[in-house]
Design a protein around this ligand. Structure first.
Ligand SMILES: C[S@@+](CC[C@H](N)C(=O)[O-])C[C@H]1O[C@@H](n2cnc3c(N)ncnc32)[C@H](O)[C@@H]1O
Length: 211
């Protein structure tokens, strides 16, 4: 992830991701539809906070709850305090390995560029947490690169996967079918899979309303 340093008006130096600046518009387009009936979103692995700031500002009907690993919380909290709108809550510490997750009311879950960073066990814990958190009608949205039918969708994704695995053998680009199987095991059904720039996708699952 390419990063640049930005000097904010208050002189704090915040780390920024160029990729977030490029993908936040296309992701927002999907979220406007996927989260149309949602009220409170928990974001996992909020990183620099650029997504949280942008989505909260452009989805004012939502309360947006960012979260991060405790060791990465301070710079995220700083960006949110400086740039956040009133519907953007201070970030909380959340590791998907926590069992249970902190008690946060939410009817939707969002996460960008995290499932290929996590180990497969953590990905399983992500969906376990989603299943425990969300009631009927709850929505899970994830953004990132994914494989389909056991194949990468581009040479650049294949190279990225090799880079990730060389750095940490437990990480890597995930198979859509394996994620979908996990999601279904926790009561969700796939409702959208939208192409994004740079060979990424935004995937959406929803827990069907109780009959
Ligand atoms: C590549 S960054 C993506 C950050 C941001 N969402 C974005 O799109 O720029 C991956 C993030 O996943 C977080 N992460 C890694 N393992 C995690 C875990 N076990 N639980 C929660 N977050 C985790 C990292 O702290 C990091 O912020």
């Amino acid at each position: 992830m390419a990063c640049i340093a930005t000097l904010s008006q208050t002189r704090a130096v915040l780390t920024s991701s160029e990729a977030c600046e490029r993908n936040k518009g296309p992701i927002l387009g999907v979220l406007k539809v996927a989260l149309a009936a949602s009220r409170r979103v928990l974001e996992i692995g909020s990183g620099t906070g650029q997504h949280a700031v942008h989505f909260a500002a452009n989805l004012p009907q939502l309360l947006w709850q960012p979260s991060e690993l405790r060791e990465h919380l301070a710079p995220l909290a700083e960006r949110i305090a400086l740039e956040g709108t009133r519907n953007l809550l201070p970030p909380i510490a959340l590791d998907v390995r926590d069992d249970p997750w902190p008690a946060v009311p939410a009817d939707a879950l969002f996460s960008a560029n995290t499932l290929h960073i996590m180990s497969w066990q953590e990905v399983q814990q992500f969906f376990r947490g989603a299943g425990a958190l969300l009631a009927a009608g709850g929505v899970v949205c994830v953004y990132g690169p994914f494989r389909y039918g056991g194949r990468h969708t581009s040479d650049s994704n294949a190279a990225f996967d090799a880079y990730l695995k060389a750095r940490d053998a437990r990480s890597g680009v995930r198979d859509f079918e394996a994620l979908d199987e996990l999601a279904r095991a926790h009561g969700f059904e796939s409702i959208a899979d939208d192409p994004m720039p740079a060979n990424n996708r935004t995937l959406v699952w929803r827990r069907p309303a109780a009959r």
